[in-house]
Design a protein around this ligand. Structure first.
Ligand code: ZN
Length: 299
């Protein structure tokens, strides 16, 4: 039962392309897209996969991430309910299939896909999620970002600026966070997941230190009124991110101490070193045992 649940959860988290059994488990027909208004122009959509940011206004619509391909029609309908203007751009926060799965559909419908250089490179080449022994095939040409950036890119639409900022390798090596200063909203991609252990995808260049550093970047931009769209989980506040960062720092201290004491990955895992964090953080897509195993190699 546990492994079936985990497969379903991983399918949701990591993408359609890589987990055929999970795809078979996941019934997208049951997924509903919910819309939360964050400002005059900004919205968060939740369905299955990464949380979507929407900017809609006089210039048109753009999205941050687009979940799974089978959900594109539902996402388009949810966007239509906000604005009848076309989706002009999709910004990807990173390359995983639960954030980029709709790229090809939105591209066909007229959107220009924008992402960090590493996102395009990894999507084009395909790869492996070593932590789950999953192969990811190369993405279709029409799914690839056509505008890429290195450190940052800005979108000036709908009367405000969105700063798309590449952070040091954290969840992957192509992570971007999106900051709308005038609306006081930030989308963190999967550098922050609200209320659950983060996945550090080491086979995509992810590093636990980067999760902490990225949290620091977001915290420096945020105040108590900032609305934070996490990669997964409910809309967050600065306090949620502070709590998450503290947990990750605790984990880093324990891994560092275990390595300094010469423990092997097996000895580390066998000592159940994160058991006390399970109740608060282990109920999401990464059970504590899997997270324990992943973080040892993420430092
Ligand atoms: Zn991800």
């Amino acid at each position: 039962m546990r492994s079936i649940l985990m497969n379903i959860a991983l399918g949701v988290t990591l993408g359609t392309a890589m987990l055929t059994p999970a795809l078979a488990q996941q019934d997208f027909s049951k997924v509903e897209i919910t819309t939360t208004k964050l400002s005059d122009t900004l919205y968060m959509l939740m369905g299955a996969g990464g949380n979507i940011g929407v900017s809609a206004g006089a210039d048109g619509v753009y999205l941050i991430d687009d979940q799974y391909a089978p959900l594109s029609e539902k996402i388009m309908a949810a966007v239509k309910a906000i604005s009848d203007k076309p989706v002009k751009y999709v910004v990807n926060t990173h390359w995983h299939g639960d954030h980029t799965g709709g790229n090809e559909n939105f591209g066909k419908a007229g959107a220009t896909i924008i992402a960090h250089e590493a996102v395009r490179a990894r999507m084009a080449k395909g790869g492996e999620l070593a932590a789950f022994k999953m192969a990811v095939p190369p993405a279709a040409a029409g799914a690839l970002p056509v505008i890429t950036f290195d450190d940052m890119i800005a979108l000036h639409q709908n009367g405000e600026t969105a700063r798309v900022i590449h952070v040091d390798p954290a969840h992957t090596d192509g992570d971007a966070i999106i900051h709308w200063p005038s609306a006081n909203v930030i989308h963190t991609g999967d550098t922050f997941v609200n209320g659950v252990f983060p996945f550090v995808d080491t086979s995509s260049g992810g590093k636990l230190d980067g999760i902490i550093k990225s949290a620091d970047t977001v915290l420096a931009l945020a105040d108590d009124k900032t609305k934070i769209i996490p990669g997964h989980g409910p809309l967050a506040t600065r306090a949620d991110l502070v709590r998450f960062r503290a947990m990750v720092v605790t984990v880093r201290e324990r891994v560092t101490a275990a390595k300094a004491a010469g423990k092997t990955a097996e000895e580390w895992a066998a000592s159940k070193p994160l058991a006390d964090l399970d109740a608060d953080w282990g109920k999401g897509f990464l059970p504590v045992d899997k997270f324990t195993q992943i973080v040892f190699d993420a430092i």
